[in-house]
Write a protein that binds this ligand. Structure first.
Ligand code: E4P
Length: 229
């Protein structure tokens, strides 16, 4: 399973890349809005210089021509750019256009398996169902992941299910068990996945025991030296 980082923050991307677990990055206008001092193009180019995995760049136009114009521009920034297109009637037409031009797309804002099926047929390389936002409105986000993975598998569709809007580590485990090809995680969820109270406590205990054992060994060596002397 591939793990993407859901951020436009360069330091966060550098950190997760340094752990050796970064397969790609997803950005959106909200995440870009949290960065400072760089244009969206500059942020995207910097991200693409850190990871060679897919980097999603989201269009904001809502007409087909506008989406195509923005997407073509993003696609020229780096080879690993995936144009993120919202699920809509115009979005489907734009994704079909991008497919004809050989530009990879990530269909975003998917909330049902049927939306995912349409996006796959229109040529989206990645399908992004939002599990957290569904859970937020008392629905079961993971059901869409399970259904969509099954549909993609049964019909051998050339696309990948990317679990998005991840809120906590349990979402990652459930997405992996459901066969989701990718999950995109906020930085905090990567950190939460690393830690367990028993792991952290065990590290402290092993260090303390090692230091005590070294001190005891040094003490007994000192006593031996004193006896010989
Ligand atoms: C990623 O592609 C999505 O834009 C992102 O996961 C949305 O997450 P949110 O629901 O926490 O904003």
């Amino acid at each position: 399973m591939k793990l993407f980082l859901d951020t436009a923050d360069i330091e966060e991307i550098r950190t997760i890349h340094s752990w050796g677990v970064l397969d790609g990055v997803t950005t959106n206008p909200t995440l870009f809005g949290k960065t400072k001092g760089m244009t969206y193009d500059e942020v995207l180019q910097l991200i693409c210089s850190i990871t060679k995995g897919p980097v999603s760049a989201e269009v904001v136009a809502d007409d087909v021509e506008g989406m195509l114009r923005e997407g073509r521009h993003f696609a020229k920034l780096a080879d690993n750019i995936y144009v993120k297109v919202p699920m809509s009637e115009n979005g489907l037409a734009a994704m079909a256009g991008f497919r004809a031009e050989g530009i990879k797309t990530n269909c975003t804002l998917i909330f049902t398996a049927n939306q995912g099926l349409l996006a796959a047929k229109a040529g989206a390389s990645l399908l992004s169902p939002f599990v957290g936002r569904l859970d937020d409105i008392n629905e079961e986000g993971m059901t869409v992941i399970r259904e969509l993975v099954e549909i993609v598998t049964i019909h051998e569709l050339e696309t990948e299910v990317l679990t998005a809007s991840v809120r906590h580590p349990r979402h990652v485990t459930d997405a992996a068990l459901a066969g989701s090809h990718i999950a995109t995680l906020p930085f905090k969820v990567f950190q939460q996945m690393v830690h367990h109270p028993l792991t952290d406590k065990g590290i402290v205990q092993f260090k303390r025991d090692w230091e005590a054992a070294r001190a005891a060994a040094d003490d007994s060596a000192r006593k031996e030296t004193a006896k010989v002397g």
